[in-house]
Design a protein around this ligand. Structure first.
Ligand code: NG6
Ligand code: CA
Length: 508
């Protein structure tokens, strides 16, 4: 019997060995057959859902976005997590609601980095998964520590929170310094013309919008009447850096070039490109190719320009045979705005155009128009083209892409991010159940198709905002997508329940 059981053991271990080998072979096969997809995340600046023709725009046409949507999934209920740039971008990269701490509101151009160096971000997750990660375009999450010296290495910045390469504008198009950072240095800066920046007082003797209004290409409000760069006054003051100043009209070509360079340099590795476009944020200064091409004035023209950039990037993927295994996401950091400080005819020429589509509100506010934005996901190898009504949000990218690339997230990181891989791939129309939508002065809260809006109280401490329940509004988007009928009085029970739910998340 001893011999019998020994040989039985031998048989069993033989079987186990065969099974293990098979398993190893099959998983090796799966990996070899399915290399990780490249990811290109394109984020527009202040583009409304109604500004895009595949979402219904009639006054202009966006053929490249339409082509992207035709090959992918177009979401009708896709959101930024805030109605302004800094908090929206913060949440998208970190997976944490920006309002959980003070200091993540719209930043000046000389503000410090608000993401902790070394912390978990969408970029660091993908970097761990073996991706080459790069950012091209608008950053607006702060740089450095303490007073920034623009004439030396500027860090920490994107390179300290997961990106391998950066070509960025530090804040916004309307804020100084109007220069690019390539690597951690100002691009094309000459040592004998150092840059100085101030957001409190005029530095140097460059003309400003206030001192030289006759030099301006377009009028500006007080806030945008600082240093004049390329004929347009900006927020804040700068001196020096003449050779480093960006050219507004050449920017689209440069952004395309830097994006394509990044794809080229990533050969042999999957890549993650975060392409943060500056259109159609103010000041709207289209390149000659697009000026005057829409009836909407410069705002419409720069939307064409944005669409062209997207087309160039899609072509670059096609030409390199990369399109089929590249996920391209197109979205916007917040809803649209017409007048944002410059006399650029955006209001006068708008006509019947509805930049936020059928939704109420715009940039800054917690109505749907503030955060419900274009949201398109294309992955030819995996996603069946179509339209999805799932509630999805950019804040979910960290956990979703961690899931896709087999990464785990350390405890405490990306606390508000949810794995939305199934809805993003179109495997289900069931997305998030709830979502907080941050406006400047209100908090919006979605529970399915129900929507609550509550004014924020003035901030007392560094933590999450408190809300003032007395002026709450309640809408049923299933019957009233335009948030016209306030049901707060009619349905006090639901109102109470949603308020309690929101409070729990705010305090969580
Ligand atoms: C506001 C600016 C606006 C724009 C915005 C930031 C004024 C009066 N308005 O404070 O022009 O720059 O900040 O836009 O200064 S965002 O898309 O980056 O959030
Ligand atoms: Ca924005």
């Amino acid at each position: 019997t001893r011999i019998k059981s020994l040989s039985r053991l031998g048989q069993l271990s033989c079987l186990a060995l065969v099974l293990l080998t098979l398993l190893a072979l099959s998983s090796w096969k799966a990996n070899a057959a399915e290399p990780l997809p490249n990811i290109v995340l394109i984020n527009a600046d202040d583009l409304g859902l109604g500004d895009v023709s595949c979402y219904g725009a009639k006054a202009l046409s966006t053929p490249n976005l339409d082509r992207l949507a035709a090959g992918g999934l177009r979401f009708t209920d896709g959101h930024a997590s805030a109605a302004t740039c800094t908090p929206s971008r913060y949440s998208m990269l970190t997976g944490e609601y920006a309002w959980r701490q003070r200091g993540r509101e719209i930043l000046t151009g000389d503000a410090n980095l608000i993401i902790k160096p070394g912390s978990t971000t969408l970029a660091s997750i993908l970097s761990h998964a073996g991706y080459r990660t790069g950012i091209v375009g608008k950053w607006h999450l702060g740089l450095g520590k303490g007073k920034i010296d623009w004439n030396t290495n500027i860090s920490p910045g994107p390179l300290d929170v997961g990106f391998d390469s950066q070509f960025i504008i530090p804040a916004t198009l309307d804020r100084v310094p109007c220069v690019f950072l390539e690597g951690s240095k100002v691009r094309n800066l000459s040592v004998d013309d150092p840059i100085e920046v101030s957001y409190s007082h005029r530095v140097g003797d460059l003309p400003t919008g206030k001192s030289h209004p006759e030099m301006l290409l377009m009028t500006a409000d007080d806030q945008h009447s600082g240093t004049i760069v390329n004929g347009v006054s900006r927020i804040g003051f700068m001196k020096g850096g003449k050779s480093a100043l960006w050219s507004d009209v050449d920017m689209p070509d440069l952004i395309v070039q830097k994006s394509v360079d990044f794809l080229e340099e990533s050969k042999g590795k999957p890549f993650f490109l975060y392409l943060a476009l500056v259109e159609p944020h103010v000041p709207r200064i289209p390149s000659a190719r697009f000026a005057g091409k829409t009836p909407l004035g410069p705002r419409g023209d720069v939307i064409l320009q944005l669409d062209w950039i997207v087309g160039q990037v899609l072509d670059a993927l096609d030409n390199r045979g990369l399109a089929s295994n590249t996920i391209v996401i197109f979205t916007s950091d917040n809803g649209p705005v017409l007048n944002d400080g410059y006399g650029d005819q955006a209001v006068a020429k708008n006509g019947t155009h509805t930049p936020a589509g059928p939704y109420k509100g715009r940039k800054y506010v917690a109505y749907e128009g503030g955060t419900r934005v274009p949201f398109i996901v294309r992955w030819p190898e995996k996603i069946k083209p179509g339209v999805s009504d799932a509630l999805v949000c950019q804040i979910d990218f960290p956990r979703t892409f961690a899931q896709l690339t087999g990464q785990s997230i350390e405890s405490g990181a990306a606390p508000d991010s949810q794995n939305m891989l199934a809805p993003l791939l179109g495997e289900t129309q069931q997305g998030r159940k709830t979502l907080v939508e941050e406006g400047v002065s209100e908090m919006g809260f979605r529970d399915g198709s129900w929507k609550l809006i509550v004014p924020k109280n003035p901030k007392k401490d560094a933590g999450a905002p408190t809300v003032s329940v007395n002026n709450s509004q309640l809408f049923n988007l299933a019957e009233d997508e335009g948030e016209k009928i306030n049901l707060a009085q009619k349905d006090p029970q639901r109102l109470e329940a949603m308020l309690a739910q929101l409070q729990r998340i705010l305090n969580g």
